[in-house]
Design a binder for this molecule. Structure first.
Ligand code: I3P
Length: 126
């Protein structure tokens, strides 16, 4: 039966468009492929939607699921050396998934970095 998550877990802390590239899955390196993603941060997770927010909302009705990233025990760090682009940071999950996130706009990427770092720091590490 369904488990009802606590309200705080459902609350969206930040959302917006970023450039995203998943570079590893379960520790296995992937070919880097940047694309625009609608990114939704809540207290325990980040969801990446491939589509626009509008498209994502209508897809939800059909049971279409976004890629979900568990932030418990995750790491976040700036990753200047991982890309020719400016303003890139990396999130690494306990399960060995690695994501690069990027925006050309300095304050946007800084806001995201701090919001995700704060979320990770508030969570238990395991
Ligand atoms: C990659 C693509 C990426 C680039 C990456 C290239 O080529 O150009 O945008 O990353 O560089 O390998 P392809 O599409 O042929 O896979 P950045 O834009 O982040 O630099 P990399 O191999 O140095 O990561």
């Amino acid at each position: 039966k369904d488990v009802i998550p606590p309200l705080e877990q459902l609350m969206v802390e930040k959302e917006g468009y970023l450039q995203k590239a998943k570079i590893a899955d379960g520790g296995k390196k992937l070919r880097k492929n940047w694309s625009t993603s609608w990114v939704v941060l809540s207290s325990r997770k980040i969801e990446f939607y491939k589509e626009s927010k509008q498209q994502a909302l209508s897809n939800m009705k059909t049971g279409h699921k976004p890629e979900s990233v568990d932030l418990c025990g995750a790491h976040i760090e700036w990753a200047k050396e991982k890309s020719s682009r400016k303003n890139v940071f990396q999130i690494t999950t306990v399960s060995g998934n690695e994501f690069l996130l990027q925006s050309d706009i300095d304050f946007i990427i800084l806001d995201w970095f701090h919001a995700i770092k704060n979320a990770i720091d508030r969570l238990p590490k395991d």
